[in-house]
Design a protein around this ligand. Structure first.
Ligand SMILES: Cc1cc2nc3c(=O)[nH]c(=O)nc-3n(C[C@H](O)[C@H](O)[C@H](O)COP(=O)(O)OP(=O)(O)OC[C@H]3O[C@@H](n4cnc5c(N)ncnc54)[C@H](O)[C@@H]3O)c2cc1C
Length: 432
């Protein structure tokens, strides 16, 4: 099997790239020249995983089928997990597909390419914390979020019928994921309580445990202060300067003592797959593929983008090397950049432009009607502070922008309406 362009990983970046290339090449050339490979049959935009975990977003409504996306955007799709690369032969190796009964569905395959793009994302970084792998929940994949949702509902039910009438949840990491998850969990709790009798009401105690001096460390201090106040007003405990030293099945062992928790979520930092090291490309300490400012890896014809790539930013005032952040915003911009580069390559032209990351700011959701964030960031040199419903709407618009990139305006509008109507009928919390 040979394609001009093979993209491994159809996430926030890879799918947008495949859709942009396919739509530009058209119905006839697109499926012939562009192949997207993903280990999953359907796409879910990763920044929504905390909502899936809290049950406030239905994964069956949110997930978009790759085959349909491929047909609509004129690229080819293959289900498969990439496990290796033969860089000189420009070939990707895909694992065999095995079903639940252990029977072989598709044997191991190879896909050759003229230009390959690695966009296989990242996972969690436990920083070697003892017990984290065994006892903490993560939000790396749709299956993790679904598994957590089921545990959460069981824990809600247990607490509603237990004598103690309390459930404790500890979230390790005060970044955007931890903060947004805490607010979302509170909403699930409120919806759940509304459906049980008063005698079954229970208290939900959420603690965000952050080793650094403040939450949302990557954002301006004002936003971090504002978010801390908003969370504390919702009775969420924000424990900064508290380092998690070990995790046991019912508690965190921290620098400030034990924190009991029935449910523990790890949301403190990313690390790319260890398997990346076997690809024979230059990788860094957290297994990201090292790329230059054209997103080229150490092998000719092989690019990497998104969370799995370490792309240097131009030298700043401090002189310390810094990298494009692992964010959906960066993956989106890299997809647009690579679409231009690869379309030029197909026409046997070469572009000299480097990838330039533009920080348009960050928005954090603090529940159904509240958000907080800054806009414009480095672009104009000015930071506009936004909060409340406006920030929440802007936050939602990022999700919509991703859908527009892969579905177009009309389908995005139809989908948004269908979801709204579904929520009206089925309720806000996915209980089944
Ligand atoms: C809960 C949560 C909330 C977040 N919120 C925000 C936010 O508000 N704003 C923001 O900018 N960023 C946010 N992020 C970060 C953002 O989701 C990532 O930076 C972004 O998704 C990275 O895009 P990507 O394309 O590199 O990888 P991903 O979107 O992770 O996609 C990787 C794709 O590769 C596939 N894949 C992985 N390994 C293989 C393999 N070996 N073979 C084949 N396919 C493979 C996966 O199935 C997946 O489809 C959040 C992340 C999380 C977990």
């Amino acid at each position: 099997m040979h394609y001009d362009i093979v993209i491994a990983g159809g996430g926030a970046g890879g799918l947008e790239l495949a859709a942009a290339l396919g739509r530009k090449l058209g119905r006839r050339l697109g499926p012939e020249k562009v192949l997207l490979v993903d280990r999953s049959l359907f796409h879910i935009w990763k920044p929504t995983l905390h909502e899936v975990a809290a049950g406030t977003l239905d994964i069956h409504q949110e997930g978009l089928n790759y085959s349909t996306l491929a047909q609509r955007n004129h690229f080819s799709f293959a289900l498969g997990e990439v496990e290796g690369l033969d860089a000189p032969a420009r070939t990707l190796k895909l694992k065999p597909i095995i079903d639940e009964r252990g029977e072989l569905v598709v044997p191991a395959r190879e896909v050759s390419f003229t230009w390959g793009v690695l966009a296989i994302g990242s996972g969690s970084n436990f920083f070697g914390t003892p017990g984290a792998t065994e006892h903490a929940n993560v939000l790396e994949r749709e299956a993790d979020a679904e598994a957590f949702r089921k545990k959460l509902l069981t824990a809600f039910t247990r607490a509603a019928f237990a004598e103690r009438k309390q459930l404790s949840v500890a979230i390790v990491g005060g970044g955007a994921t931890g903060v947004e998850l805490s607010a979302e969990l509170l909403e699930s709790h409120q919806v759940f309580l509304a459906g049980v009798g008063p005698q079954h009401r229970f208290r939900l105690d959420i603690a965000i445990v952050e080793a650094g001096p403040r939450i949302l460390a990557g954002l301006p201090e004002k936003i971090s202060r504002q978010a801390t106040v908003a969370l504390q007003q919702k009775n969420i405990r924000v424990l900064t300067g508290t380092k998690v030293e070990a995790i046991e099945h019912d508690r965190l062992k921290t620098s400030a003592g034990d924190i009991e928790a029935e449910l523990i979520v790890w949301a403190a930092g990313i690390k790319a797959s260890e398997g990346n090291v076997a690809f024979g490309l230059d990788t860094n300490r957290i297994h990201q593929f090292v790329v230059n400012r054209k997103l080229e890896t150490s092998a000719p014809g092989v690019y990497a983008m998104g969370d799995c790539a370490a792309c240097p930013l131009p030298p700043g005032e401090s002189g310390h090397p810094s990298f494009v952040p692992a964010r959906a915003q960066a993956a989106h911009q890299q997809a647009s950049y690579l679409a231009k580069v690869l379309l030029a390559r197909l026409k046997e032209q070469v572009t000299d432009e480097d990838f330039v990351y533009r920080d348009f700011g960050s928005l954090v959701s603090l529940g159904e009607h509240k958000g907080v964030g800054n806009l414009m960031g480095n672009l104009s040199g000015t930071n506009f502070f936004v909060e409340g419903l406006v920030a929440k709407w802007m936050y939602m618009s990022l999700h919509i922008a991703h859908h527009v990139a892969v579905l177009g305006y009309t389908h995005t509008a139809v989908l948004a309406l269908a979801r709204l109507l579904h929520k009206r009928v089925s309720g806000r919390l996915k209980l089944h």
